[in-house]
Design a protein around this ligand. Structure first.
Ligand code: 5GP
Length: 178
């Protein structure tokens, strides 16, 4: 057990396992999009470490863009389904192959909202790649094309995911022990 910011936590997914799985995802995505245009669309802030590691495992040309949406407040850890765009994309996506890079799919409300907005902009294709999937928590059915790890219904942090805006820098996925 490790302690930081007075919160005891333990490793749920190690740095080694994360990096191995991201290598596999990178290979798969490189094969699937070979010879095609590819735009990785990172959802800030949680997806940022995953994006940068995934990019380094892609052997095909690609571009990146960022979308920031409001997430849970500091006190609330339950998705309301109401999401606000805080930072929109820099460029139009009409006709492009867009792959959303997300940290975690929980209830599915956030991605449902985001994909509805993006579909209206008529991308050539729109797929989702999430590092973590809390399948048992899903409230809306949203097809996820690439999944790093399916995890149990526990609040996790590290590797881009925050605990009250902290601990995003941990190189592994952690879970509180109390
Ligand atoms: P959904 O709308 O699918 O319920 O929630 C998705 C968003 O909720 C994620 O992008 C993430 O910001 C946040 N979230 C869901 N579960 C967790 C978790 O276990 N840890 C952290 N840090 N954020 C989470």
């Amino acid at each position: 057990m490790e302690a930081n910011y007075n919160i005891p936590y333990e490793t749920l997914i190690s740095e080694h396992d994360l990096q191995n799985r991201i290598k596999e995802l990178g290979r798969q995505i490189s094969t699937d999009y070979a010879g095609q245009d590819l735009l990785l669309l990172c959802i800030l802030k949680g997806g940022v470490l995953f994006l940068t590691d995934l990019m380094r495992q892609l052997s095909i040309p690609h571009e990146i863009d960022f979308l920031a949406v409001s997430s849970y407040g500091k006190e609330v850890r339950e998705s309301t389904g109401v999401v606000r765009i805080l930072k929109d994309l820099d460029e139009p996506i009409a006709g492009r192959n867009v792959l959303i890079v997300e940290d975690i799919v929980d209830t599915g409300h956030t991605l449902t909202y985001i994909t509805n907005i993006l579909r209206a902009r008529q991308p050539g294709s729109l797929k989702i790649c999430t590092l973590l999937d809390k399948k048992e928590r899903r409230q809306v059915n949203i097809p996820v094309d690439y999944i790093g790890f399916t995890i149990p219904d526990k609040f996790v942090f590290g590797y881009g995911l925050d605990l009250d805006e902290k601990l995003r820098n941990l190189p592994f996925i952690a879970v509180a022990t109390q």
